[in-house]
Design a binder for this molecule. Structure first.
Ligand SMILES: *[C@@H]1O[C@H](CO)[C@@H](O)[C@H](O)[C@H]1NC(C)=O
Ligand SMILES: *[C@@H]1O[C@H](CO)[C@@H](O)[C@H](O)[C@H]1NC(C)=O
Ligand SMILES: *[C@@H]1O[C@H](CO)[C@@H](O)[C@H](O)[C@H]1NC(C)=O
Ligand SMILES: *[C@@H]1O[C@H](CO)[C@@H](O)[C@H](O)[C@H]1NC(C)=O
Ligand SMILES: *[C@@H]1O[C@H](CO)[C@@H](O)[C@H](O)[C@H]1NC(C)=O
Ligand SMILES: *[C@@H]1O[C@H](CO)[C@@H](O)[C@H](O)[C@H]1NC(C)=O
Ligand SMILES: *[C@@H]1O[C@H](CO)[C@@H](O)[C@H](O)[C@H]1NC(C)=O
Ligand SMILES: *[C@@H]1O[C@H](CO)[C@@H](O)[C@H](O)[C@H]1NC(C)=O
Ligand SMILES: *[C@@H]1O[C@H](CO)[C@@H](O)[C@H](O)[C@H]1NC(C)=O
Length: 482
C-alpha cells in the first residue's frame, strides 16, 4: 500500500474512532461509567477502616458509588447517610454491601431509587421482600452468597432494565419472576434446593442466558413429570424438555418420561406422548424419537396397524381406551408385541382376541398388564370354552378379565360368567334329536296299541280280521287271541 493510501485509510477511520466516544453524553455520566462496569463489585479491601464508625464510604473518584460493610437491619439507613454523598444525599447509583446481616431486605426503600447496580453479597440475608419501585433503573442485581431463603415472587418484575441477575450461593427454592422482554443473564449456581418446575417456568417465560450453565442443577419434586423426587437435573436437560414440549406431533402433548431399568442403568430418559380427546381417526404416523408411552384414549381410531412403523419400536406402554379398534391382529410381528408392559384397549370394537398375540415369553419383563374390558366379542363354542379357560389362567395380567363381554342376542354377558353348554351347538342339537326320536317312538307305540285294540274289537264283533292282520301268516302266539 502506498503512503497516500495509508493516509487516506487514516482519514477514513478517524471519524469512526471519535464516533465511538460518547461525545453527546455529559462528563459526569462518563465518569460514573468508568467507575464500574455493568455490575459494581468491590473486594473486602475497599471496606471502610475497621475503626471507622461509618461503615459506608463513597469511592474516592466515583461520587455515586458506595461500599458498605458489616451492617444490619438497624444500622442500614443511618450508615448510608453517613457516607456523605455529594452533591445530593441518596443519589447512589452503584452500591455494594458486604457482610450485611438482614432478616429482611426491603426493596422499595427511597435509598434505592437511583440505583443502577445493586450488589449485596457475602452476608446473611434471610428473605427479600417487597418490589423495586416502578421506573427502577437497576440493570445488575447481585445477591450472591447470603443464604437467602425466599425472594418474594414479584420483587423484580419492575426491573425492566435488568440484564444481569446473580442469585448464586443462596438457599432459594423458587426463581423470582423477572422481565419477559430482552435477555437476562442469570447465575443461580449453588442453590441446592432450587425447584426444577420453577426454573423451567423461568426458562419458558424469559430469554435466559445462564452463567455457569453446565454446573447449574435443580431439584425435582414429585409434581415434575415422571422424575423421582430429589433427582438433580441440569439446565441442558431442562432445555431439552422445553424443546420436546414445543415440537410435539400435532394434537398431542409430549413430556419427558423417566424409565427406571434397575440399578445398572439407573434411568433412561424417554418420551411420553399424550393424544387423548383429539378426534384422531388413526394412530400418529410418526412418534417423536424414544417414545416409550403413548396415550390415545378417547379418539375414533379404528386400527393398530401403525404399531409396525419404525418410530413405534421403543413403545412400551400403549393406552387406547374408548376408540373404535376392531382387532389386535396388527400386533403380529411388531417389536411392541415382545416388549410391551401395558396394553389397554378398553371399550373398543374388538370382536375376537387372538390369545397367542398376548402371550409373553420374555422373562426379563416382569410386569405386563393388559386391559380388554368392555369389548363385546362374537362368542361361539370355542370362545366360551377355550378362551374362557385361557382368561382364567391369565387373570393375573388381564386385570379386567371379568369385564370382557360376549355380544349375545339377550345382551352383553361377561365371558367368564357364561355357561358353555348354552353355546356349544353340537350338544344342543344332539339333545334336540333325542327328544324327536323319543316322541316318534311314543307315537308309534300308541298307534300300534290302538290298531291292535281296533283289530281285536272288529274281530270280536264282525268275525273277520281287518287288513293287514288278515294277510299276515299265523304266528305261534295267535292262539291267544282265538
Ligand atoms: C460481619 O458483620 C458482623 C457484624 O454485623 C461482624 O461481627 C463480623 O465480624 C463481620 N464479619 C466479617 C467477616 O467481617
Ligand atoms: C421468610 O420467608 C418465608 C417463606 O416465605 C416465611 O415463612 C418467613 O416468615 C419469612 N421470614 C421473615 C422474617 O419474613
Ligand atoms: C456477585 O457477587 C459474588 C460474591 O461476591 C461474586 O463472586 C460475583 O462475581 C459477583 N457477580 C458479578 C456479576 O459481579
Ligand atoms: C439452607 O436451608 C436448609 C434448610 O432449609 C438449612 O439446613 C441450611 O443450613 C441452609 N443453608 C444456608 C447456607 O443457609
Ligand atoms: C457445557 O457443556 C456442553 C456440552 O456438554 C459443552 O459443549 C460446552 O462447551 C460446555 N460449556 C462450558 C462453558 O463448559
Ligand atoms: C445433563 O444431564 C443429561 C442427562 O442426565 C446428561 O446426559 C448431560 O450430559 C448433562 N449435561 C451436562 C452439561 O452436564
Ligand atoms: C387435530 O385436531 C383438529 C381439530 O380437532 C383436526 O381438525 C385435525 O385434523 C387434527 N390433526 C390431526 C393430525 O389429527
Ligand atoms: C393424558 O392427558 C389426559 C388429559 O390431560 C390425562 O387424563 C391422562 O392421564 C394423560 N395420560 C397419561 C398417560 O398421563
Ligand atoms: C367419533 O365417533 C363418534 C361415534 O362413535 C361420533 O359421534 C363422532 O362424530 C366421531 N368423531 C369424529 C371426529 O369422527
Amino acid at each position: 500500500m502506498t503512503r497516500k493510501g495509508i493516509f487516506l485509510l487514516f482519514l477514513c477511520t478517524l471519524p469512526a474512532t471519535f464516533g465511538r466516544l460518547p461525545e453527546g453524553q455529559d462528563l459526569r455520566e462518563l465518569k460514573e461509567d468508568e467507575c464500574y462496569q455493568q455490575c459494581f463489585h468491590q473486594t473486602e479491601d475497599s471496606c471502610p477502616d475497621v475503626n471507622s464508625p461509618c461503615r459506608c464510604q463513597q469511592l474516592a473518584n466515583c461520587k455515586k458509588a458506595v461500599v458498605c460493610c458489616d451492617i444490619n437491619d438497624q444500622t442500614l439507613k443511618e450508615q448510608l447517610k453517613c457516607a456523605n454523598l455529594t452533591p445530593r444525599q441518596h443519589e447512589i447509583e452503584a452500591l455494594h454491601i458486604r457482610n450485611a446481616t438482614l432478616e429482611v431486605l426491603h426493596l422499595n426503600l427511597p435509598e434505592w431509587k437511583y440505583l443502577r447496580s445493586m450488589t449485596i453479597t457475602d452476608g446473611y440475608v434471610k428473605n427479600v421482600s417487597e418490589a423495586f419501585p416502578k421506573m427502577s433503573m437497576v440493570s445488575c442485581l447481585n445477591l450472591s452468597s447470603n443464604g437467602i431463603q425466599d425472594i418474594e415472587i414479584r420483587s423484580l418484575v419492575n426491573l425492566y432494565k435488568l440484564s444481569y441477575l446473580d442469585l448464586s450461593h443462596n438457599n432459594l427454592t423458587q426463581v423470582p419472576n423477572f422481565k419477559k422482554k430482552g435477555g437476562v443473564t442469570l447465575d443461580i449456581l449453588g442453590n441446592p434446593t432450587i425447584s426444577c418446575m420453577s426454573l423451567s417456568e423461568a426458562i419458558s417465560k424469559s430469554v435466559i442466558t445462564f452463567n455457569n450453565e453446565n454446573s447449574t442443577f435443580c431439584q425435582t419434586t414429585k409434581d415434575f413429570y415422571w422424575f423421582q423426587s430429589n433427582d438433580l437435573v441440569n439446565v441442558s436437560e431442562l432445555r431439552r424438555i422445553k424443546e420436546l414440549e414445543n415440537n410435539c406431533i400435532p394434537n398431542c402433548t409430549c413430556s419427558p418420561y423417566v424409565l427406571n431399568l434397575g440399578t445398572k442403568v439407573p434411568r433412561v430418559h424417554t418420551v411420553e406422548v399424550n393424544c387423548t380427546n383429539s378426534n384422531l381417526l388413526r394412530l400418529p404416523h410418526q412418534l417423536p424419537p424414544h417414545t416409550a408411552t403413548l396415550d390415545v384414549s378417547n379418539n375414533n381410531i379404528t386400527s393398530l396397524k401403525e404399531l409396525s412403523e419404525p418410530s413405534y419400536k421403543e413403545l412400551i406402554f400403549l393406552r387406547a381406551d374408548n376408540n373404535l379398534i376392531t382387532s389386535i391382529e396388527p400386533l403380529e410381528g411388531t417389536q411392541f408385541k415382545s416388549i410391551f408392559e401395558l396394553l389397554s384397549l378398553r371399550n373398543n370394537k374388538i370382536k375376537f382376541i387372538d390369545t397367542y398375540l398376548l402371550e409373553f415369553y420374555r422373562p426379563a419383563v416382569s410386569v405386563r398388564n393388559v386391559y380388554l374390558g368392555l369389548n363385546r366379542l362374537t362368542c361361539d363354542c370355542t370362545t366360551v370354552t377355550d378362551f374362557k379357560m385361557w382368561l382364567q389362567t391369565k387373570s393375573d395380567f388381564i386385570k379386567d378379565y371379568k369385564e370382557i363381554m360376549c355380544d349375545t342376542p339377550q345382551g352383553d354377558v361377561s365371558v367368564i360368567e357364561i355357561d358353555p353348554s348354552k353355546y356349544c351347538q353340537s350338544d344342543e342339537t344332539w339333545t334336540d334329536y333325542l327328544y324327536y326320536i323319543i316322541a316318534a317312538e311314543v307315537f308309534l307305540l300308541v298307534s300300534l296299541v290302538t290298531k291292535v285294540s281296533y283289530d281285536y274289537w272288529v274281530f270280536k264283533t264282525a268275525g273277520y280280521l281287518p287288513w293287514p292282520a288278515s294277510k299276515m301268516p299265523k304266528l305261534p302266539c295267535d292262539w291267544l287271541c282265538e
